[in-house]
Design a protein around this ligand. Structure first.
Ligand code: AMP
Length: 425
């Protein structure tokens, strides 16, 4: 038997109703902040990700689904293509390709699948879904302003509250600009030199290739060593420090709570200044629901003009997981199950169903060959509130037997009154 590939999964009803509920809330909330949707391709040239995400990151060095595409002629060397592991690179590529700076400040959001060859576990998949947004544009359009950072964070707080996820934590840090990072990098290398041999094998590698990543380490024995390492906050230059202060001050004005976490460095190379994560206790080890930050130099790294930007990506799989306990009532069950009884009744029943659906009722329709003995349990299984019987006598009278499945109460209702009765008006 062929099964779904490891790390991928089918999203089945009723869970898909939760996904749709989340996406509808996202579209609604983001619209209030004047964000508009962008859809970029699911695969891109490999170089886009190695240049933006960074060669040294786990994503690029070991997690990408990359293949060589066939050239036009058999002798052509194929192009190296990759399933997108994240969506910011694609958005910035599109920004450059379509000269979106002509539009001033761009506020874009996306919803879609991303692909990483990670070790699957609860809350971690190889095809997973992200909901993300990017604010990007020339500095003259205000893209560098701390007001944009704070607006994005406040929007996320609003979204999570709206979804009924109240026990979130916002962790905030500034990772400075490239200059600060270079100084920090040097200080870290120095501090790691005498202690790295006592650390886990991942950290030993990171100490050489990308010391910043040591802060991602979760190995308990390494924590006392990491606690003594220098922090990026000691290396921020004056403009970066002021930017960070301004973001915090706006968050306080709008009443969004946060916690400074000076170990938060995020997994991707392109971040500058503000970096953040929202976590949720109920998720266990994979407790980050979303992460994001500023990437003021990314457009230039991809050959575009200067275009400061800030964005985030929500793990939709995890968002849906943290929602499950509160999700009662999201799924709309049928209001009524229509049971045609006997030969020739499918037509009149379909006519009635059509009429009730026009009144925005959810209608499930049976078949004239089902006997009532079969229709009743079927109506109960689909969770209908009422069963409506369409037999020859009912059609003649143009009034139908309507039974409340919870109370067992049965009444005869004229066609014109049916929708209103079912709606309880
Ligand atoms: P990142 O792009 O790594 O900053 O991730 C942003 C968010 O996407 C994370 O906070 C997670 O919620 C989610 N995420 C990342 N990788 C996975 C994965 N393999 N499976 C499910 N969710 C993921």
């Amino acid at each position: 038997m062929i099964k779904a590939v490891r790390g991928t999964r089918d999203l089945l009803p009723p869970d898909t109703a939760l996904w749709n509920f989340v996406e509808a809330a996202v579209r609604d909330v983001f619209r209030a902040y004047n964000f508009q949707e962008i859809r970029t391709p699911i695969f891109e040239e490999t170089a886009l990700f190695s240049r933006s995400v960074g060669e040294e990151t786990d994503i690029v060095s070991k997690e990408m689904y990359t293949w060589e595409d066939r050239g036009r002629a058999a002798s052509d060397k194929g192009q190296s293509l990759t399933l997108r592991p994240e969506n910011t690179a694609g958005v910035v590529r599109a920004y450059i390709e379509h000269k979106l700076w002509d539009r001033g400040l761009n506020k874009l959001y996306y919803i879609g699948p991303q692909f990483r060859r990670e070790r699957p576990q609860k809350g971690r998949y190889r095809q997973f879904y992200q909901i993300g947004a990017e604010v990007i544009g020339p500095a003259s359009a205000g893209s560098e302003s701390p007001a944009r950072d704070a607006e994005i964070l406040e929007m996320l707080a609003t979204l999570l509250d709206r979804l009924g996820i109240t026990d979130w934590n916002l962790e905030l840090n500034s990772v400075g600009c490239a200059k600060d990072r270079a100084k920090f990098d040097e200080a870290l290398r120095k501090a790691l030199e005498p202690v790295k041999d006592k650390m886990c094998s991942d950290c030993q590698r990171r100490a050489v290739t990308n010391p910043l990543r040591v802060f991602d380490c979760k190995v308990p024995e390494d924590q006392p060593i990491i606690a003594k390492l220098p922090r990026i906050s000691q290396f921020l230059d004056e403009p970066c420090r002021q930017h960070f202060e301004a973001v915090q001050s706006i968050l306080k004005s709008v009443g969004v709570e946060f916690r400074i976490n000076d170990r938060l460095v995020r997994g991707l190379d392109y971040y500058t200044r503000t970096a953040f994560e929202f976590t949720h206790g109920a998720l266990g080890a994979q407790n980050a629901i979303l992460g994001g930050g500023r990437y003021d130099g990314l457009s230039e790294a991809l050959g575009g003009p200067s275009a400061p930007g800030i964005g985030f990506a929500i793990g939709e799989d995890r968002l849906v997981m943290s929602l499950k306990e509160t999700a009662e009532g999201v799924l709309r069950k049928p209001d009524v199950y229509i049971a045609p009884l006997g030969a020739g009744m499918n037509g009149p029943a379909a006519r009635l169903a059509r009429q009730l659906r026009q009144h925005d009722l959810v209608v499930e329709l049976g078949d004239e060959n089902f006997r009532l003995k079969k229709s009743l349990p079927t109506a109960e299984r689909v969770g209908a509130r009422y069963i409506l019987i369409v037999g020859e006598n009912e059609v003649k009278a143009d009034a139908f037997a309507l039974k409340n499945l919870a109370t067992g109460e049965q009444v005869s209702v004229a066609r014109a009154e049916l929708a209103r009765t079912i709606q309880g008006k």
